[in-house]
Every structure is written in C-alpha cells, then in structure tokens.
Ligand binder design. Structure first.
Ligand code: UT7
Length: 354
C-alpha cells in the first residue's frame, strides 16, 4: 500500500445525514463561483507562425485575440479542481460538505472513470457523488439544470457544477479551420442552501434545452471510440482530433440559442428587459452579437471574453459567469441569462436569480 493511501480515511459506512433544509429557504442558490485560466497564452500572432492564418482573419471572423493552453501536468481534473476551490472559497464552504460534483467535459482525463471522480479526490470531497456530463459546450448549462433539480428535491445539499476542458489536447494543430478557435480552462459554481444568516437569491429560475442528434457529424471526434477505434492505419489522418464543419455549425447556432433563451425566459415569466446580463457561450463574437440582436438585448448587457480565452467548450459559460461576478457586473436580485450551443448538437439556456 502506498504511504498516501495508508493515511487516507476510509469511506463513511453509511450515507451521511443531510443537514435539515430550512423551510422556505432557497435550495439551489448560487453560493460561489470560480474559474481557472492556465498561464500559457497563445496569441493569434503565434498561431500565424504555425498555420496559414493571420491575426486579421481570426479577429474579424471570431473576435478572438488569444487563448490559454494548459501545461502538460494540468489535466482536465486539475483545471476543474482549481476552479472548484475558488468557488468553495468564495462560498465559505469546505469541500468535505459537498455531496454532489458534476463535471461537464468532453476532454476528460481518461475514457473512464469520470473526471469528476479525480476532482473529488483532488478536493478531498469524500462524501460527494461525482459524475461527468458530456454535452460538449452546453454541458455546464445541462449540469446546472440537473444539479438544481437534485437540490430542489432534497437529494443533495451542496452541488459543485464544473465546466472543464483541455481542448488543446484534442486539437489538430495543423488544421487552421479549428486550431485557432479553442482554448483550455475551467469554471465552477457551488449551488446549495445558504447558511443561517447568509442571504442568497433562489438560483436557477428556469431552463430550456434541446438536442439534435441528426447533426452529430458536423462537430465531433470521429475516431477513438467504440464505433471507429484508433488504429495504426487511421492514426495519420488525425481523425482522433476535433473535426468541425464550422459554417454548418454556425448556421445552427444563433436560431437555437435564441429559441432556448426565449423559452427559458417565458418559463421564468420574464422578458429581455428583465435581464441584467446575458452570459453566452464564447464560440464566436459574431454568433454572440447575432443572439443579442435577435433578443433585442443591448451590447452593454452582454458579457464577452472570447477575445482573451477563445472557445473553451463546457468551461466557457462557467468561466464567463465567474469573471462577470467578480467584476461586479451583477448583484443580489439580478436576473442573469446563460446560454450555450455545441456538439451533439446540443443547446440550452438558464435564467438565474442571484
Ligand atoms: O463551440 C461549439 C460551437 N462552435 C461554433 O459555434 C463555431 C461556429 N462556426 C464559426 O464560428 C465559423 O464558421 C468559423 C469561425 C469556424 C469560420 O468562419 P466562417 O466565416 O464560417 O469561415 P469559413 O469556414 O466559411 O471559411 C472562409 C474561408 C475559407 O477559405 P475559402 O474556401 O473561402 O477560400 C477557409 O479556408 O476562410 C478560410 N479559413 C481561414 N483562413 C485563414 C478557415 N480558417 C482560416 C484561418 N485563417 N484560421
């Protein structure tokens, strides 16, 4: 037995008793947010030395100027755990109190076990049930929906919802169509019931989501799964790296994101005028502008950081939410609209009252 293993506490014999829920108190309030951005910055200028591209093309087509790339030892779980720690610290909640961890990712540490299990271990969140959610860029939004329902139902008390991606590790760095678009990072929220004396809003008010599996082929990693295993024969084609028909994905993005936003707002009994800030998926500035325009939400109410981080998949909305929160872009009582779109195809929107 390794020394570290012998020091570890055995798992509890019985399921830990849940703290009694306070009648009337919100059960899925947002108690803390966090993010982690790897240090290494990859600029458009540097990409132009790697493939046939230019700062001008990337900036005008996407709005991106730079993105972060994780170090070799920074696995997806490390990124996710760092973001989760920041959320726990902000909430003043110890990892040992967390009883649910959902990690939204499509670039997990391994095929299995779930990256959430590695995060549980890194955090020391010994009593947490932990699993991954694979909905690509929409994963964090789906995760909020799942976690808030489990909390509302009294199944769990504190849930960490994490979006974490190391997309650089599945990027074909010779393909200019995709390699300029993505970056690595992680964001997290802690949902749960506020402590005595702690004031927090109700959290998730409403969600709307959708999937269209008939378009799975326009954004995927086609090789490496059970359908087409990676072999010495197909290795050189780089089909075990991310493939995207950018134009076709673009065509689907705005309409589905707008419909999801409208549906979520309708369910919450709100209109665009009630929204303090929209935090959209950061895949392309033109998509973000298109969504805001169609929803008639003015630019100053749209949070954008795509210029600094590129598209970080399931981490993008979570990272942007934390950045907006720490910048003081919204406060208690404000309604925030989150929306994402990604491979699957998947899409979803969530209205949160802070
Ligand atoms: O997060 C998941 C969801 N993903 C998205 O939402 C991404 C959606 N798609 C997009 O954001 C855009 O389609 C892209 C940014 C990927 C591409 O922009 P586009 O305006 O749709 O360009 P395009 O794919 O139609 O390419 C236009 C031209 C092509 O050249 P030709 O065929 O017109 O001669 C490309 O080969 O631009 C060329 N091109 C580039 N040129 C310089 C493609 N990539 C590059 C590049 N640098 N990096």
């Amino acid at each position: 037995m390794s020394p570290s293993r012998s020091r570890r506490q055995p798992p509890p014999d019985a399921a830990p008793a849940l703290a009694p829920l306070r009648p009337g108190a919100p059960r899925a309030a947002v108690l803390g947010t966090g993010r982690y951005n790897p240090e290494r910055v990859l600029t458009n200028a540097e990409l132009a030395t790697m493939v046939d591209t230019s700062d001008e093309w990337i900036t005008t087509r996407t709005g991106m100027k730079e993105r972060r790339i994780a170090a070799e030892h920074e696995h997806t779980s490390v990124l996710g755990a760092n973001a989760a720690r920041a959320a726990l610290e902000q909430a003043g909640v110890d990892a040992s109190e967390v009883d649910l961890i959902i990690c939204a990712t499509v670039t997990g540490d391994m095929v299995f076990p779930a990256t959430a299990c590695f995060i549980q271990e890194l955090l020391g969140a010994r009593k947490a049930t932990a699993f991954d959610l694979a909905a690509a860029c929409t994963g964090f939004i789906y995760g909020l929906e799942v976690a808030s329902q489990l909390l509302e139902g009294g199944v769990h008390r504190y849930a960490l919802v994490i979006g974490a991606e190391k997309i650089g590790s599945v990027t074909d760095w010779t393909d200019r169509n995709t390699c300029v678009l993505f970056g690595d990072g992680a964001g997290a929220v802690l949902l749960g019931q506020p402590r005595e004396g702690q004031v927090a809003g109700p959290g998730v008010l409403a969600s709307a989501s959708g999937t269209d599996g008939s378009l799975a082929h326009i954004l995927n990693i086609p090789v490496g799964g059970t359908r087409t295993p990676l072999t010495p024969e197909n290795y050189g084609k780089n089909l075990h790296k991310l493939q995207m028909s950018g134009k076709e994905v673009y065509r689907q993005a705005v309409g589905n994101m707008v419909a999801a936003c409208q549906d979520a707002m309708r369910k919450a009994g709100l209109g665009p005028g009630d929204i303090k800030l929209i935090v959209p998926h950061q895949a392309n500035l033109r998509i973000i502008d298109g969504v805001a325009e169609r929803l008639k939400i003015p630019t100053e109410k749209v949070f954008i950081n795509v210029q600094r981080y590129g598209n970080t998949g399931a981490a993008a909305v979570a990272m942007a939410l934390d950045e907006a929160h720490r910048e003081g872009r919204f406060g208690r009582g404000d309604k925030i609209l989150l929306v994402a779109f990604g491979a699957g195809l998947t899409w979803g929107a969530t209205v949160i009252e802070w």
